[in-house]
Design a protein around this ligand. Structure first.
Ligand code: OFO
Length: 165
């Protein structure tokens, strides 16, 4: 059986990953409507990844004899003022997710739940990568500012980093 405290924390994390997925989906849709198709592809793919992060937790909890709770759908903002603000919000969101992951890792040590501690290491490295990527994108956008040509090239680059063509 799972430690109840850890099970609760993991279920809260399911909700956070799901909210990330919904937020990035909304950002993707907004970008698409603004004509930023490359950024939209990147964000749609990112939204799918967050759903995978959620699923991984659902399966882990159930496999360990706990009970995964599927959360209600979170409705994110539908409108964003600029590309820079999207990635600023995305980075802030990821920083909060990292805090939450670190909090779970700490609780696993306190509760001597080394199996979950081991499982959570995947999320620790994932967060490191995601934060670095978001910072990198935000730095580029800060340089570009309101330059339309720069934003056009940025969007084209995002298409190639989204894994789509
Ligand atoms: Fe980007 O948050 Fe999942 O782990």
């Amino acid at each position: 059986m799972m430690n109840k405290k850890i099970e609760k924390l993991l279920n809260d994390q399911i909700e956070k990953e799901y909210s990330s997925s919904q937020l990035y989906l909304s950002m993707a849709s907004w970008s698409e409507n603004q004509g930023f198709n490359g950024t939209a592809s990147f964000l749609y793919a990112h939204s799918d990844e967050e759903r995978e992060h959620m699923l991984k937790l659902v399966k882990f909890i159930n496999e360990r004899g706990g009970e995964a709770i599927i959360p209600a759908i979170y409705k994110p903002d539908v409108s964003f003022d600029s590309m820079e603000l999207i990635f600023k919000a995305l980075l802030e969101h990821e920083v909060k997710v990292t805090e939450s992951i670190n909090n779970i890792v700490g609780a696993c040590l306190e509760e001597k739940d080394y199996t979950t501690h081991n499982f959570m290491q995947w999320y620790v490295s994932e967060q490191l990568e995601e934060e670095a990527l978001a910072r990198n994108i935000l730095d580029k956008l800060k340089l570009i500012g309101n330059d339309k040509g720069g934003l056009y090239l940025f969007d084209r680059d995002m298409q190639s980093s989204s894994g789509a063509d």
